[in-house]
Design a protein around this ligand. Structure first.
Ligand code: GLN
Length: 191
């Protein structure tokens, strides 16, 4: 049986995640309703507008289902998705899922640095790889709890974090041709 990976498709940049997962041989389901969380092997929460996604999670009754799934299945959040997974965010309109013990500030790079692309070194599972990273109105990770592993940084700043089997990236791995972050997420799937 091929594992089905869910991509939360309420708002934002979900299609590129779907394409990336399909290119890696996985079945993908766009998730808009709680019943669509059933039987998923993992879930991606994409970028977009975290305040909007947060409202829609509650309006659509998805929060509880995602929390239940996250107890046994890996969840990866990119950009706004990471903000939703963080324990705390600078914006009180974001009702966090608290899946990663990090504090983030929304749009933390300021207006001047709206978006940029750079290369970062990712260190995980005894591999070290240089990967391209696209940042778009990205959050900054300002505090990291003791259970959180920092897998990549820019300078001193964490940009890719892992806690248990959950991953959070302040950047958009789905916007490049490089699949290593998705492969890392998929390597945590239950077999
Ligand atoms: N700035 C957005 C937010 O705060 C995130 C941007 C993104 O996901 N590319 O929700």
């Amino acid at each position: 049986m091929v594992a089905i990976i869910g991509v939360l498709a309420l708002q934002g940049d979900f299609t590129r995640h779907e394409e990336m997962l399909r290119s890696l041989g996985y079945k993908v389901r766009a998730v808009r309703y709680p019943t669509e969380l059933e039987d998923l092997a993992g879930l991606i929460i994409p970028g977009g507008e975290s305040t909007t996604i947060s409202k829609q999670l509650d309006a659509g009754g998805l929060r509880e289902g995602i929390l239940a799934l996250s107890r046994t299945r890996p969840v990866m959040g990119t950009c706004a998705g990471l903000i939703l997974m963080a324990r705390m965010s600078s914006d009180t309109r974001v009702n966090s899922l608290s899946l990663l013990d990090v504090a983030v500030s929304r749009n933390g790079w300021g207006r001047q640095v709206h978006s940029f692309t750079t290369s970062i070194t990712m260190q995980a599972n005894r591999h070290q790889d240089t990967i391209p990273a696209v940042f778009i109105r990205a959050p900054r990770i300002e505090d990291v709890g003791p259970e959180v592993e920092v897998l990549a940084r820019i300078g001193d700043e964490p940009v890719l974090v892992r806690q248990g089997f959950h991953l959070g990236a302040t950047f958009h791995p789905e916007l490049t041709q490089n699949a290593l972050v998705h492969e890392l997420f998929l390597s945590a799937l239950p077999i």
